[in-house]
Design a protein around this ligand. Structure first.
Ligand SMILES: Nc1nc2c(c(=O)[nH]1)N[C@H]1C(S)=C(S)[C@@H](COP(=O)(O)OP(=O)(O)OC[C@H]3O[C@@H](n4cnc5c(=O)[nH]c(N)nc54)[C@H](O)[C@@H]3O)O[C@H]1N2
Ligand SMILES: Nc1nc2c(c(=O)[nH]1)N[C@H]1C(S)=C(S)[C@@H](COP(=O)(O)OP(=O)(O)OC[C@H]3O[C@@H](n4cnc5c(=O)[nH]c(N)nc54)[C@H](O)[C@@H]3O)O[C@H]1N2
Ligand code: SF4
Ligand SMILES: [Mo]
Length: 736
């Protein structure tokens, strides 16, 4: 295949000997692109192509998707279980039987010695919904520890919490088709072109044709900000003030939708009283956006016949993340912009299956958005699973960000990590390392054996990855999409659901006759994702996230189906709350007064820079995949820092110098990348590198969602000699 001008060094992509193409959904981000994996005659994944009749991506893929077939054979795939008695002994290869026997014995020893909740489980947003469901059944039905959470606490917890507070349930109400109808789009703390390139393309395509205004709120001049009609370079961590001020102007000028407020909401009067205090003059002083801009945006938004807001980590990862989400919902409720084409509050999710875990993992409750706090929900699931109802806790346990401190205090002694890499992704690495070292028993279940967290584990369980097993992911717009198994996992690696089922067998055998966890009669545990999907269909019937009308065949035929899908919506539904009926008991949405509390670490004389952290297009999180793919890793193999040239000059730094960045926690070494994208008093460091930015981050927690404020810390910067730096930088870059 030839690209580019043929007379001038054309780029060539080698033709791949593809034997068959297998339907799948991308395993990276929550955009949820449909693709096909090309498999050669030997059964190896050798290529990937976009699916042209899929509504999400219409044949397109971003660079991560295009090279995704390389993840299967990347170095250090886990191929056999590894075990050792003590951390830092050498690992030895072992059998699945031995590994799982050890695991169930150790887990039960810890639980009987220190109590049921002393063994914690932390999972992910990156396994299939069916696997989440099975893990939830295992944890809630057999293991019985209430300290069960996922990395979604680092990611979507604020959106979940905000949706629940405003609408009475989780569940993003909008969809990508809203770009086709909106008359005004506001994007807050979301760098769409890099983090969700194909959602960005859908948005841009609609905007090119229809020309609606785009307002971007981000302290950085991101690529999205560069394209915006208005860029609001907000002072870090003050979005709530801006959102309250927008509401202030709307109410003061009588631009609200009185009929909608009256018919579908509660709490308006208290809200109006609170935002009365947030006039744009006062707000400008706190959030750094001038008063006239605030008024202009408020008028633009409220006067548009339909207006929508999208947001991602700039809102969620903040000490007022949950409040920020509620404030976005407030803005849309007072302008009547929920559940209508182009009028919505759409949280852009992160991981490929961040939605599936919210719906069916039982992390924060029970399957199908059921709550542990509700007697009827507990009774339903106990009955369905054949578990004693009294075995369920009556409120949710610790969040991931509270599980690690509970290890420090000795409350938690054992931990099972499934598909997440906290050594690199949690704030304050030194604390995480100490916590992991304190554990009596740590299990890491991952597709690669070299993930940093494995260094502290006793047991490593090698999992099959995306494309080597069948199951579903749910994307940002509630679209359930399918991944067919294109090939076999390497060596002894097994699908996560197989691992859960084998453990369940051991626990059932052990518990039989000892404890009345289980009711009389059989306890069926799903052995395959198809088994689990059947249970999901049954338990979700009649719920908001209704899967009862979805089958694998129908998904593949339709290239994904948006829940709810049932008898009334046989082809799924693009939007929620179209009838203005919400999930609170009175059927109304809550408009919530949200006072701003300023509790961030701020730059001062000793640490004069804001440290902002996030992502770049070419890398995925902790680089367990993208760090090993040459065509991707080459774009940024080494940790770097975006820094304003004026600030750099003051410190005697130039492009590609090494700098030491210091916070009250620790220090890290990065390459200096000069750019006007960041303000002179701020720097941006991508999160992707081990032993780097998360050594520095404070990570204060949101009071509702317990999500860390990854994006607001204070740091100082100094030049270091190349020689001193090179060794450290190499370590961080983890060259494979
Ligand atoms: N290439 C790639 N794509 C990904 C991922 C990846 O690792 N790599 N990860 C996926 C996941 S799990 C997630 S959660 C998403 C994240 O997607 P995004 O949230 O879009 O990405 P981030 O870079 O974390 O942060 C977005 C923006 O928030 C801004 N920000 C920082 N502080 C503030 C603030 O106080 N207010 C406002 N308004 N904005 C602020 C940052 O400057 C940054 O531009 O991306 C998903 N997509
Ligand atoms: N400073 C800073 N830190 C951040 C953020 C930030 O913006 N700034 N963002 C936070 C956010 S939003 C997120 S989502 C987290 C992400 O943080 P992590 O979840 O720690 O990051 P990943 O590298 O995606 O880890 C997923 C792991 O699962 C493995 N894996 C992949 N597929 C499978 C599978 O099918 N089965 C099993 N068993 N394993 C599998 C991968 O190899 C990888 O090790 O990082 C958070 N950390
Ligand atoms: S936009 Fe997201 S889902 Fe689509 S190909 Fe890229 S990484 Fe995959
Ligand atoms: Mo995330």
């Amino acid at each position: 295949m030839l690209f580019g001008r043929s007379h001038k060094n054309p780029i060539t992509i080698a033709e791949k000997p593809v034997d068959k193409w297998v339907y799948a959904t991308c395993g990276y981000c929550s955009t949820g692109c449909s693709l096909e994996v090309g498999v050669d005659a030997q059964g190896r994944g050798v290529s990937v192509r976009g699916v042209t009749d899929a509504d999400v991506n219409r044949g397109k893929l971003c660079l991560k998707g295009i090279f995704e077939f390389e993840v299967f054979n990347a170095p250090n795939r886990g191929k056999t279980p590894l075990y050792r008695e003590a951390t830092f002994d050498p690992y030895r290869e072992t059998t699945w039987d031995y590994a799982l026997d050890q695991m169930s014995t150790k887990m039960q020893q810890i639980q009987s010695r220190y109590g049921r909740d002393s063994f914690a489980i932390v999972s992910t947003g990156q396994i299939y919904t069916e696997e989440f469901y099975a893990l939830g059944k295992l944890v809630r039905g057999l293991i019985g520890s209430n300290n069960y959470d996922g990395n979604t606490t680092l990611c979507m917890a604020s959106a979940v919490s905000g949706y629940k507070r405003s609408f009475g349930s989780d569940g993003p109400p909008g969809c990508y088709d809203d770009f086709e109808h909106t008359e005004c789009l506001m994007a807050i703390g979301s760098n769409l072109p890099e983090q969700h390139p194909i959602i960005y393309w859908r948005m841009k395509d609609a905007r090119d044709r229809r020309g609606f205004p785009l307002i971007v709120v981000d302290p950085r001049v991101t690529m999205l900000a560069q394209m915006a009609d208005m860029h609001l370079p907000i002072l870090p961590g003050t979005d709530l003030v801006l959102l309250n001020a927008l509401a202030h102007v709307i109410l003061k000028e009588g631009l609200e939708d009185r009929d909608y407020i009256k018919a579908h909401t509660t709490g308006f009067d208290d809200f109006a009283a609170l935002v009365a205090d947030y006039d744009p003059v006062m707000a400008a002083k706190i959030c750094g956006i001038d008063e006239d801009t605030i008024r202009t945006v408020a008028r633009l938004y409220a006067k548009a016949s339909s207006a929508m807001t999208i947001w991602t980590m700039g809102i969620n990862q903040s000490t007022h993340g949950s409040d920020g989400v509620c404030a976005i919902n407030n803005l849309n409720l007072i302008t009547g912009n929920i559940g209508k084409p182009g009028g919505t509050a759409l949280s852009i999710t992160g991981q490929c299956n961040a939605m599936g875990t919210r719906e069916f993992s039982s992390c924060s409750g029970l399957p199908g958005y059921r709550q542990l706090e509700k007697e009827t929900d507990r009774a339903f699931m106990a009955n369905y699973w054949g578990v004693n109802e009294s075995f369920f806790p009556t409120k949710r346990g610790l969040f991931e960000t509270d599980i690690f401190p509970a290890i420090e205090t000795g409350e938690i002694k054992g931990l099972w990590i499934v598909a997440t890499n906290p050594m690199t992704s949690m704030p304050n690495t030194a604390r995480i390392q100490k916590a992991l070292e304190r554990l009596e028993f740590l299990v890491v279940q991952d597709v690669y054996s070299d993930v940093e967290t494995t260094k502290y584990a006793h047991l490593f369980l090698p999992a099959a990855m995306w494309g080597e097993k069948e199951g579903t992911f749910t994307n940002t717009e509630r679209r359930v999409n399918l991944v067919r198994a294109a090939m076999q996992p390497p060596g002894e690696a097994k699908p996560d659901i197989w691992i859960f089922a084998q453990l369940a067998k051991r626990l059932v055998k052990h518990l039989d006759g000892q404890e009345r966890r289980l009711r009389a009669g059989p306890f069926n545990f799903p052995e395959t994702t198809a088994d689990a999907f059947k249970e999901i269909q049954e338990v979700s019937k009649g719920r908001l996230c209704d899967y009862s009308g979805i089958t694998y065949e129908k998904i593949e035929r339709m290239r994904g189906i948006q829940w709810p899908c049932n008898e009334s919506h046989p082809d799924g539904a693009p939007r929620l709350y179209t009838d203005g009926v919400f999930q609170h008991p009175d059927g109304r949405a809550k408009i919530i007064p949200l006072p701003f509390v300023d509790n961030n670490e701020r730059p001062d004389e000793q640490y004069p820079f804001w440290l902002n952290t996030g992502r770049v297009v070419e890398h995925w999180h902790t680089r367990t995949k993208t760090g090993k793919i040459g065509n991707i890793n080459k774009f940024s193999p080494t940790p770097f820092m975006e820094m304003n040239p004026a600030a750099a000059q003051r410190l005697g730094l130039t492009q590609m110098d090494y700098a030491r960045v210091r916070s009250r926690r620790s220090s890290a070494i990065v390459l200096v990348m000069l750019t006007q994208r960041v303000a002179p008093d701020a720097v941006f460091i991508p999160m992707h590198y081990y032993d780097c930015v998360n050594r520095l981050v404070l990570g204060l927690l949101d009071p509702y969602s317990r999500q860390p404020a990854y994006k607001q810390s204070a740091v100082s910067i100094e030049k270091v000699s190349d020689q001193e730096a090179a060794g450290i930088a190499n370590l961080q870059a983890r060259s494979y």
